[in-house]
Design a protein around this ligand. Structure first.
Ligand code: ATP
Length: 198
């Protein structure tokens, strides 16, 4: 099985995330993509929504999408989560592994834990992202032949933008799935304290 692992805080999951997973599966001929929900990114401030809410939103977003699944490995362990540990875990399911990420995350690869070991265990599937052109410093990694860049429909949306829109009382329809939109509205997520959402 050719398996893709797509990690994120998904705070909240949006259509750019879902398109990345679908287009990676098509471009890299993956049988399955697991959206692995991070407990807490080592490189980010704490999350805004709870683990349970972020997990539920990912479940709603991938419901009915063939080939997409939700990963709970990182949530089951103490924070912070490192990709190298997650990949090692998924090697029990498949040795044909791709870690999927947007171009902005590739830029930070050197700050990750054990990037060399990581690249021995999996390939990277990287999608270009609006505003994040792949820079020369990422080329050394690419030369090692462990990075597959794939084209995806450019979707200029981020979780930060969604949180800001909600805090400003603006619509996020079309940026997240209808089921995720309903969930956010019902639970009144990202509304509380304006300062926290930026
Ligand atoms: P935030 O705005 O809170 O930083 P985010 O929208 O970047 O969040 P994350 O959960 O941090 O979302 O990202 C998970 C992965 O999804 C990262 O590899 C990131 O590069 C990628 N990604 C997020 N949004 C897009 C997008 N619109 N197009 C392509 N890749 C994306």
């Amino acid at each position: 099985m050719r398996l893709g692992i797509f990690g994120g805080t998904f705070d909240p999951i949006h259509n750019g995330h879902v398109r990345l997973a679908i287009e990676a599966a098509e471009a890299l001929d993956l049988d399955r993509v697991v959206l692995e929900v991070a407990k807490q990114s080592p490189l980010k401030e704490s999350c805004f929504a709870s683990e349970e809410d972020r997990l539920q939103m990912v479940e709603l977003a991938v419901e009915g999408e063939p080939g997409l699944a939700v990963g709970r490995f990182e949530l089951s362990r103490p924070a912070p989560s490192y990709a190298v540990d997650t990949v090692e875990h998924y090697r029990k399911q498949s040795l044909d592994l791709w870690l999927l990420l947007g171009a902005d995350s590739l830029m930070a690869l050197d700050e990750w834990k054990d990037p060399d070991l990581l690249l021995e265990m999996c390939r990277l599937g990287v999608a270009e992202r609006p505003g994040h052109v792949l820079k020369p410093e990422s080329v050394s990694v690419m030369r090692r032949g462990r990075v597959d860049i794939f084209e995806m429909r450019q979707m200029d949306v981020s979780s930060t933008e969604i949180r800001e829109r909600i805090a400003d009382g603006r619509s996020i329809r079309g940026l997240v799935s209808d089921s995720v939109l309903r969930f956010i509205e019902e639970k009144r997520l990202y509304r509380r304290d304006r300062e926290k959402f930026i």
